[in-house]
Structure formats: structure tokens, C-alpha cells
Design a protein around this ligand. Structure first.
Ligand code: URA
Length: 262
């Protein structure tokens, strides 16, 4: 042990390890067991006798996107889809999240809102859009007579591109979006909305393949065989209240489209 560490520090470190559940002292340096490919000599295999050569098995290549596609495709309904997402192990975000945030509102509603990723409040509660941005979203929806707690033609269904909170609310990475996209697409197919509202750049990137919400907002598009309207994210509107004027125009446009389609 380093002679610079005094007895008290060494004891405190040991006690901490015991508290963390350490029960065995193995080695001071980590051992990479994957490098130990040769099996121990068997009885009768002594010096001068060649040990059998065991071929090293390369770990099978895992394609996280292909695995997500297979898992999503196999989900026959929303409950199974949620379970498949919870069982999916390739997204690092899952390790730091408290909850999988799957949905809120009414599955089968005409309007499905796709946000970006859970924040702190959503991670704690396990539902999308429950923080300040969510409260603003509820007010925006109420202004055109829609709501996640409404029924029938007034109902709304809400989800996010990512079901787990990114640390410190950082932007999701492209590989995280790519691996969770098959689940989002299946989510949309199973929820069967008529219209998608994609909020913010991350959602536009995921579903429309492009960013630039200032340019895209209010421009009807198509994704997953559905009508899509990109809108400013409510968190952006909280930071930029002057953009509420455009958001209001987009809400009215959405309302008009729903009335026309009804
Ligand atoms: N922002 C989002 O995009 N989604 C949430 O659920 C909360 C905040």
C-alpha cells in the first residue's frame, strides 16, 4: 500500500468498501479475465506436452438498432411495447434514469404529441411533460379544446423520442435517437393517431430527418404515413415568450385541420 496513505485514511477506505458490500480481497490491480484465454493445464498435460489450443470466440457483433427493431416489431400492443423498452439494454441512458417515461393521455386519440426526452420531473414521476414545459403544453392544448385528460375527439396522447432522461438534460446523442427510433415508430403504429405534433428539433430530427424548427414549424409534413405538424417546444416558448404568437398560429392550424378531417 502507498506509504503516503496514513492509517486513518486506509481504515476509512476499508470501512467504505465494507459498507459497499465488499466481502473478499482479490487483488490490488484489476484483472482482465477476457485476456486469459488459455485454459489451465489439465491433469496429464505437463511441461513438454502441448496444451490443446482453444480458439478464442469473438463476442458476437450486436447491432443495437437491429435489436430494437426486432423487439419493437414483436410487440403486439402498447403494454408489450413498454415492457420491450424496459428490457432493452443497449441505451446507456437507462442506467442513469429513475423511470422509463412511456406515455400519458389517451391511446387512440386523434392527436399524438411527440416531445424530446424526459426532464427531471418526468424522470421522477414517470410521465411525459409534467414539469413547467408540460404545464404550458396543457394550457396550449386547452386553448384549442384538447387535453390529455379529455375523452373522444378532444383527447390527446403524449410520448417522447427518448423514454429515459439524459444526464443534466443534455441533448440526446444521434446513436441514442437511432436505437430508440424503432420503438417510437412502433409506438405510433400501435397508438394509431390521425395527426402527429412533433415538438422541437430532436423530434423533427427523429421523425422528419431534419432540424431547424424555426423554418419547419407550421409546415405540414408527412411521417409514418401520417400528417405531421412541427411546433416550437414548450420549453423553448418558456425561454422565448415572443414565439408564442407563432405557436398560437400553429395550434389554430392544427384545430382547423382536425375540424376539416372530422
Ligand atoms: N420535454 C420533453 O420534450 N418531454 C418531456 O416529457 C418533458 C420535457
Amino acid at each position: 500500500m502507498d506509504s503516503q496513505i496514513d492509517w486513518h485514511a486506509a481504515r476509512a477506505a476499508l470501512e467504505w468498501q465494507l459498507e459497499m458490500g465488499v466481502t473478499e480481497a482479490i487483488s490490488e490491480t484489476p484483472i482482465n479475465r477476457f485476456e486469459q484465454v488459455a485454459p489451465p493445464p489439465k491433469a496429464g498435460v505437463g511441461p513438454g506436452v502441448a496444451a490443446p489450443i482453444v480458439p478464442v470466440q469473438a463476442a458476437p457483433e450486436v447491432d443495437p438498432v437491429a435489436e430494437a427493431e426486432a423487439a419493437a416489431r414483436a410487440a403486439p400492443d402498447l403494454i408489450a411495447l413498454q415492457a420491450a423498452m424496459a428490457a432493452y439494454r443497449h441505451c446507456e441512458l437507462q442506467k442513469g434514469a429513475r423511470n422509463l417515461v412511456f406515455c400519458d393521455g389517451v391511446a387512440g386519440a386523434r392527436v399524438m404529441i411527440v416531445g424530446e426526452a424526459p426532464g427531471r420531473d418526468e424522470d421522477r414521476i414517470g410521465k411525459p411533460f409534467v414539469g413547467r414545459a408540460g404545464q404550458l403544453l396543457d394550457r396550449m392544448l386547452a386553448a384549442i379544446d384538447l387535453g390529455r385528460d379529455r375523452e373522444g375527439a378532444q383527447a390527446v396522447y403524449i410520448t417522447n423520442v427518448l423514454p429515459w432522461r439524459p444526464p443534466q438534460n443534455r441533448d440526446p446523442k444521434p446513436d441514442e435517437i437511432a436505437m430508440m427510433l424503432p420503438f417510437l415508430k412502433r409506438h405510433i403504429a400501435l397508438a394509431k393517431p390521425e395527426v402527429l405534433v412533433v415538438m422541437g428539433n430532436i423530434s423533427c430530427q427523429a421523425l422528419l430527418g431534419k432540424r431547424g424548427i424555426t423554418r419547419l414549424r407550421g409546415q405540414w409534413a408527412e411521417a409514418e404515413g401520417l400528417l405531421v405538424i412541427p411546433m416550437f417546444h414548450p420549453a423553448y416558448l418558456l425561454r422565448n415568450p415572443s414565439a408564442k404568437r407563432e405557436a398560437w398560429a400553429d395550434l389554430l392550424d392544427l384545430q382547423a385541420r382536425l375540424t376539416k378531417k372530422a
